[in-house]
Ligand binder design. Structure first.
Ligand code: UD1
Length: 353
């Protein structure tokens, strides 16, 4: 059996790694296609190395561009690859433009498509990822959900139960696997152990593209940095907007984007995490680190109900109040879904084979 996996952007790598590793034991011929949506070393190569992923067999080099162009480039460049390789199954993960582009090509060529992390919904159609999620799910032949809300959403949208498998979170699989390797990371010495810090990641268009919003959120972080160290590894989209909005970081410590192991190391030791990412909400919950999410919605409600996550929107007052409360509260108790157990990849591999 031949299974082709598609990766494109930073949040894809840990999900694909868990599935490929689990398939290794099944004697399957695996092919990894990298669309090149993310091409920076920190967003791509470092993740591949940190996760022990094989080098991609095929690279499509689609690069950046408008959402339309990027999705269309993935389709144009992926179609001949799929026609040449003719896999028995294609696996796409998550919700980035590469996920949808590759899924559409499979739908048009009638190639069996599996979607890992299916069914998640923020119910906010202004998020580019929401359209990617909905459309990818409706094209897929086999849908692997990562938390109970995913099953309920798919059922409500009329996707037959026979196509859906409750698999669990591949984000958690990779996190649990690398955790023992993050303890001695040099980054923890570089930033100085035993000095508490808040860890920040922000990159969503809704948070960083509008200069007034970015200024106001950044203002809250500067104020926070008077109480506690604030470490902020900056995504390229955010870096461009910080420069364009002429924001000067005075107390907030801006860092380059980090590889997976360094970022997990910083997460596990953080006093609080402030983010607008999806995966980080899950990772913080598993690590029992309080997480303050700078969004009005989340596609991962398990992190609110059973994890450490709170939503505060982009209001600086709510953000500061929630972070201060989190700092006072320390580590949280959690009751996470049973299938966030580190074995989602194995359940997915079994069903694929
Ligand atoms: C993408 C995903 C988002 C994910 C995020 C994680 C979509 C719709 N969005 O957003 O879901 O959370 O990745 O990182 O697919 N750039 C670089 N180097 C790169 C890639 C991009 O400098 O390697 C710059 C480009 O100039 C581009 C900007 O960053 O304008 C944004 O990149 P893009 O891939 O379009 O979307 P992300 O914001 O990264």
């Amino acid at each position: 059996m031949r299974i082709l996996h598609v990766v494109g952007a930073r949040p894809n790598f840990m999900k694909v790694a868990a599935v490929m590793r689990a398939l290794d034991g099944h004697g399957v011929d695996q092919i990894l296609v990298h669309t090149g949506q993310h091409y920076d070393e920190a967003l791509s190569d470092l993740q591949i190395a940190d996760l022990d992923l094989p080098r991609p067999d095929v690279e499509l080099h689609v690069g950046s561009g408008s959402h339309t162009r990027q999705t269309a480039e993935v389709m144009l460049r992926f179609e001949p690859v799929l026609e040449r390789i003719r896999p028995d199954r294609v696996v796409v993960v998550g919700d980035v433009n590469s996920t949808l582009g590759a899924a559409l090509v499979c739908g048009k060529l009638g190639v069996f498509l599996a979607h890992v992390e299916a069914g998640l919904r923020s119910f906010d159609r202004t998020m580019p990822e929401e359209m990617n999620r909905v459309l990818t799910d409706h094209i897929s032949d086999l849908l692997f959900t990562s938390e109970p809300a995913g099953d309920a959403n798919l059922q409500r949208e009329g996707i037959p139960d026979a196509r859906v498998r409750a698999a669990g979170s591949t984000v958690v699989d990779s996190l649990l696997r690398v955790l023992p390797h993050t303890e001695g990371r040099a980054i923890l010495d570089q930033i100085g152990r035993d000095r508490p810090y808040a860890l920040v990641t922000l990159h969503r268009p809704a948070t960083v593209d509008d200069h007034a919003t970015l200024r106001s959120v950044f203002g809250a972080l500067e104020e926070l940095a008077r109480d506690v160290r604030v470490l902020f590894p900056v995504h390229p989209r955010t870096r461009k907007n910080i420069a364009a909005a002429r924001i000067a970081a005075t107390n907030v410590q801006l860092l380059e984007p980090l590889g997976y192991l360094d970022f997990v190391a910083l997460q596990r030791e953080a006093t609080v995490i402030v983010t607008d990412s999806g995966g980080v909400q899950e990772e913080a919950s598993v690590l029992r680190v309080p997480c303050v999410t700078v969004r009005e919605t989340t596609e991962k409600p398990a992190t609110l109900e059973h994890g450490t996550n709170v939503l505060v929107g982009r209001d600086p007052g709510r953000l500061l109040a929630a972070v201060r409360e989190a700092i006072g509260g320390g580590r949280r108790e959690t009751t996470l879904p049973w299938f966030w157990d580190g074995h989602a990849g194995e359940r997915i591999a079994g069903a694929l084979v």
